[in-house]
Design a protein around this ligand. Sequence first.
Ligand SMILES: Cc1cc2nc3c(=O)[nH]c(=O)nc-3n(C[C@H](O)[C@H](O)[C@H](O)COP(=O)(O)OP(=O)(O)OC[C@H]3O[C@@H](n4cnc5c(N)ncnc54)[C@H](O)[C@@H]3O)c2cc1C
Length: 398
Amino acid sequence: MKVIISGAGIVGLLIAQNLKIRGIDYVILDRDTNENARGQGWGITLHWALQTFLDLLPSDVLREKVFKAQVFPDFDKKDTGTFKYINAANGETVVSIPPARRLRVRREEIRRILLTGLDVNWDCQTVKVEYTDIDVTVHCADGRSFTGDILFGCEGSDSVTRKILDPLEGSLARLPIRFVGSTCKMNKQEYDFVAAKYDPLLFQGTIPSTETFFWFSLLASPNYTKAENEYWCQVNLSWKCDFEKESFKTQEEIKECVIDRTRDISPDLKFLVNKMVSNDFENGAGLMKELKLADWPKVSWKGSDRILLAGDAAHAMTMYRGEAANHGITDVAVFFTLFDDFLNDRMAWSALSSTYHDMIHERCAPAVKLSHQACLDAHDMTKIFTNSSSPLLSSRKL
Ligand SMILES: Cc1cc2nc3c(=O)[nH]c(=O)nc-3n(C[C@H](O)[C@H](O)[C@H](O)COP(=O)(O)OP(=O)(O)OC[C@H]3O[C@@H](n4cnc5c(N)ncnc54)[C@H](O)[C@@H]3O)c2cc1C
């Protein structure tokens, strides 16, 4: 049996590692020219799928490396796990979600760890997929093609495999929200202040007057930045916007909008926005990037039982509940439980394929909806109060 994996993100690589453990032939390809080609840089929280993730890793060496990828060294040893949502105009806590075990890690480093021992076909963008009852062939933009028994579409939220399987309804649906983020530098004094007053890892909030969402998250501390007095963080903002609005074209346009949206932000947090709009990483922050917010509520694909989806490709969701990667990891665990039954002749492939699909749909379709609602609620002050039942503030496991 040969498995083709299209997309070498966290989920595709985790699948490859587990095929390798079982001695199954696989080929993995990615559109990027190499592992460092694109900034992969944000932090992710592994929480309810943390143990599953660790269990899926092939060795203790990799497990140890995952703990070393924390945005703050050894933070797991002292983490209270509490998640804070604030009124971003006066800095007061609106909701403090009770502790849960978590690991806040750099996504790019996790990806690098997962690449250990795997050969990826870089610069290999899937553009066409053909399948019959007995095999599936993937064609790449550079003319290469790969034939195997099974294809795993793991190309992230805008998955080409998903769109090929479902040309009519496989595309993403935009949300009427505009999202802008940038990576900012802080010195130790600035970081210590934010850590003590708000949270050492991450916190979120809304500025009531403009219903603008504010999100701070630590990305790297001196052990990673290699400068004693240097921390990197991500500052993200989002606000309601017409569907029709075109993307920003220049940094000046973004700057003007960001300054206006944050005019009433707490004076304690203003310096972060000032860094963000400075556009100068040496002295403040890198370029502000706009991210298109979209999801795929259908979470259901049909076509061929030789083609499966996993991770964001299967259940693209917004990041307002911070759990998409946790779902992607769980997809991999679900698949390999079924796959082991298949390998031991306890399950036919067609049953595996449909059971896998149904299990993903059952778990993830509600999750996509909750994240969608959380995204909308983050910009609606009528939803943001203590004891609110909004999925933005309740039952999240960050
Ligand atoms: C700002 C932000 C914060 C987040 N925070 C969290 C969090 O705290 N917790 C959490 O659980 N999740 C979080 N997420 C979500 C998490 O990052 C994703 O769920 C996860 O990275 C998805 O992994 P993936 O492997 O499915 O897809 P990706 O990581 O998107 O990987 C897809 C890969 O496929 C490749 N590819 C794309 N198209 C093609 C093609 N046509 N052919 C070949 N290769 C292709 C890409 O180059 C990429 O390497 C966050 C997301 C964002 C944006």
